[in-house]
Design a protein around this ligand. Structure first.
Ligand code: AMP
Ligand code: TRP
Length: 324
């Protein structure tokens, strides 16, 4: 049997290079090898977005972005989280066996509290239980995400183990799938992980001028003031990205940088062109997809039907095992 891969992404802003390398690109590549379920996590986004128009718009935009990047609805089950009520139903059931302390130790929750988040909601606190339901409802084997989501998958595993030992074998135990080369992509500041909240993103579908501005603003090796200064690629974030985007040329880039023969500006221009070229087809496809929004709805509805079938089977089993 082919292994099942599942992942979700929140519609909470424009996708950046971190999302692309840590999640979207691997998601697309995995379609060729596995049975894939991908969804737009609009229920999770409700914990941060409270504008009806914005949420609906961003959901549609993310669907377009994903399809443009190469999600193939013939191969992959692609849907919206809120179209599967069985998952939210399962969330309640799982919350009754999830220790409070487990959720208190979740990094995302701890960070929110440490940053002094005002009036944190119950929804934010049980965010990992909804995520566990997403994963377990589809009996997923592998969950490809960026490193920042690893703990949430461990929590899903813990919840599955507790449920199985309490009520008997019900859920498959999921495993994270994290690409070692792109665990965490740093932002343009070269310090923090790339994230909208740090304002250090390179937005993959920004227009050409903006995209180039963002790439050219990347901080490089601080020891290099002049083009001829000796470089230290091991501490340079641009070099880290070159390793991903221009691997065949990486030896030459490294040597020239160390010898002070490749300037940072030149290096960034080259990186910028390579990424832009890689995304050229997706950019064009996005324009086409936007002309046919009915098609987007159709794809998501078809995906929801397939996903619901699987989630319903799991929920029926859960109900039998719990005596509901
Ligand atoms: P988010 O934008 O936080 O909702 O994340 C969506 C997906 O992108 C998740 O799988 C994250 O792990 C991944 N991701 C977000 N930021 C980064 C980053 N800077 N580096 C690698 N992966 C990331
Ligand atoms: N919490 C994930 C994020 O912010 C999105 C998500 C929701 C998800 N449910 C999931 C990811 C299930 C993987 C599996 O990126």
């Amino acid at each position: 049997m082919q292994k099942r891969v599942l992942s979700g992404m929140q519609p909470s802003g424009k996708p950046h290079l971190g999302n692309y390398l840590g999640a979207m690109k691997p998601h697309i590549e995995l379609q060729n090898e596995f049975e894939c379920f991908y969804f737009i996590a609009n229920y999770h986004a409700l914990t941060t977005v409270r504008d009806q128009k914005k949420l609906a718009e961003m959901t549609q935009e993310l669907a377009i972005d994903y399809l443009a990047l190469g999600i193939d609805p013939k191969k992959t089950v692609f849907f919206k989280q809120s179209d599967i009520p069985e998952v939210t139903e399962l969330t309640w059931i799982l919350s009754t066996i999830t220790p409070f302390g487990l959720l208190e130790r979740a990094h995302a929750w701890k960070d929110a509290i440490a940053k002094g988040k005002k009036n944190p909601t119950a929804g934010l606190f049980i965010y990992p239980v909804l995520m566990a339901s997403d994963i377990l409802a589809y009996q997923s084997d592998l969950v490809p995400v960026g490193k920042d989501q690893k703990q949430h998958i461990e929590i899903a595993r813990d919840i599955a183990l507790t449920f199985n030992s309490t009520y008997g074998e019900t859920f498959k135990l999921p495993q994270d799938l994290i690409d070692k080369n792109v665990e965490t992509i740093l932002g343009t500041d070269g310090v923090h992980k790339m994230s909208k909240s740090y304002g250090n993103t390179v937005d993959i579908f920004a227009d050409e001028a903006e995209f180039s501005k963002q790439v050219m603003s990347m901080v490089t090796d601080p020891a290099r003031i002049k083009r001829t200064d000796i470089g230290h690629p091991e501490i340079c974030n641009v070099f880290a990205l070159q390793k991903i985007f221009n691997l065949p040329k990486i030896k030459e880039i490294e040597r020239k940088c160390r010898e002070g023969k490749l300037g940072c500006v030149e290096n960034k221009k080259f990186l910028c062109e390579t990424i832009f070229t890689e995304l050229k087809n997706a950019r064009e496809k996005r324009i086409e997809l936007r002309k046919n929004l009915d098609y987007i709805d159709k794809v998501l509805n078809t995906g929801a039907k397939k996903a619901r079938k699987v989630a319903t089977e799991t929920l029926d089993r859960v109900k039998r095992h719990t005596g509901l």
